[in-house]
Design a protein around this ligand. Sequence first.
Ligand code: PEP
Ligand code: MG
Length: 583
Amino acid sequence: MTTKLVGVAAASGLSAGTAVLVKGVDVSHAGRKIEKAEVDAEIARFEGAVEAASRDLEQIQKDMAAKVGEAEAEIFGAQAMMVRDPQLAETVQENIRTELVSAERAVLLAAEAQAKIFESMEDEYFAARAADMRDVGTRLVKCLLGVSDSGLPRNLEEGSIIVARDLAPSDTAAMDIHKVSAMVLDKGGKTSHVAILARSLGIPAVVGLNDATTHIQAGDTLLVDGDAGEVTVNPTDDVYNAFKVRLEAQARKKRQLSLLRELPSVTKDGRKVELAANIGGEDEVQMVIDAGAEGVGLFRTEFMFIQVDQMLTEEEQFQIYKKVLSGLAPRPVVIRTLDAGSDKELPYLNMPKEENPFLGLRAIRLCLQEKEKIFRPHLRALLRASVYGKLRIMFPMIASLQELREAKAELEKAKAELLAEGIPVSEDLQVGIMVEVPSAAVCADQLAAECDFFSIGTNDLVQYTMACDRGNAAISYLSDFFYPGVLRLIARTIEEGHKKGIWVGMCGEMAGSPAAIPLLLGMGIDELSMATGSVPQAKAIIRNLDMAKAKEVWERVKDMTSNTEIRAYLEGVAEELVRDIGK
Ligand code: PEP
Ligand code: MG
């Protein structure tokens, strides 16, 4: 049956593909009735799952023994034995044959029956074995369904559509993300990190769907519309064919936009706006060049720290920054110092749990607290790499002038240290801050006097100005950069920055929004940094615009009082500007 689900449009684009459920192993529903002819195949599937599960458990046992100790690891050794238990195999095979159910159902029935026997023994030891038995059953079912222990899919097929409750940055890091053609999530908002990742990879995403994982089964055909925030499950032929026509138009538009690659990003009347890309790792350098971006306006360094299981050394960091800077030279590259903490946890730092992580020890706060362990090697690596390209260092989450001064003092110390060691540092180095905490926007005049540039981070600026958790779908109506309160802070930041003679850019998601671009130009923005995939469209808009129109847009928006009115007006303006692309 066809179902249409509506959520938050998190990453634009269309995609048709097959659902891969992550953590969708609903133990109570897994499995199905089978025909007699399928019995042998189901038994073979079960045997394969036993092999895979015992291999996994033995590996976990080894890893745990090394990390935690032999005694703690032994539980997994015991579970490996339970998985291979001939008695369990016999019961499962019996269930497949007589109940005519698939291997998943047969395993669950067998594990539950055995767990009940353990429980009836009324002994603490056996009660624990009952829990182990259910665990083993779940693990076998996960193997049968092709999802790994953590719920992440193994052996992703090209064109898979990931359907999950939520995905942490570490989950996406562990996934073969290039095979994913769309993401569909129960949780999350427009600026949750998984949404950002999807945009930077050009993968359509719909988030905040609440219960997509209960409506969608693994293997369902999905049509994902990342612009409307809609997911169609098992479409009729007519719906599928209509969607295919739109997919073709999307491909045509992409081809047309790619022709702008070598052209400069200037308005019709000659105002230059630097168009840059946001990246999360060294492997995205070629994508930046291919998109026709003029540099990187935000390198989110935290992603490289999330992908490893211990702190990166100065040397390891240096190699990565050097590769990015030299790969993009002479283009400028803004590297943001580590923005870890909040939802971007680094497990190896063993940070205490916080009541309000988004208001807690994250970004520059963490670096200033852990100067020796984190900040010093980080800054030294950046400075050492500075001679290989055009580096701009950016401090995130600056809330006060004191923080900026303290961060700059650390940078100066690191520089002096390196020079004393005879290691060169670039003379042409800019130091700036993200304006993403409302106090920084309010005090933009003071901060601008002591740095070289501002980059406005609208994802956090909206979150903190509107007091709205950026990942909470229940209040996503507040997560909008078109609220007048947010626009006033942005305009103020640009104006105060210019008064002090520094350039002001934007690297939050607003920068890549077609509706926002004319408005931002009207406010006087100097640089826009966005998901690589959004660069060609932004260039088309800028090249179709003139500054008189942009200023008029800002003047009109100034008088508007609601975000929906502003959005509707600006979407109309943007539509005019891109009307002929893809026709
Ligand atoms: C922002 O807050 O707008 C930003 C660019 O930083 P991040 O999304 O990484 O927090
Ligand atoms: Mg931020």
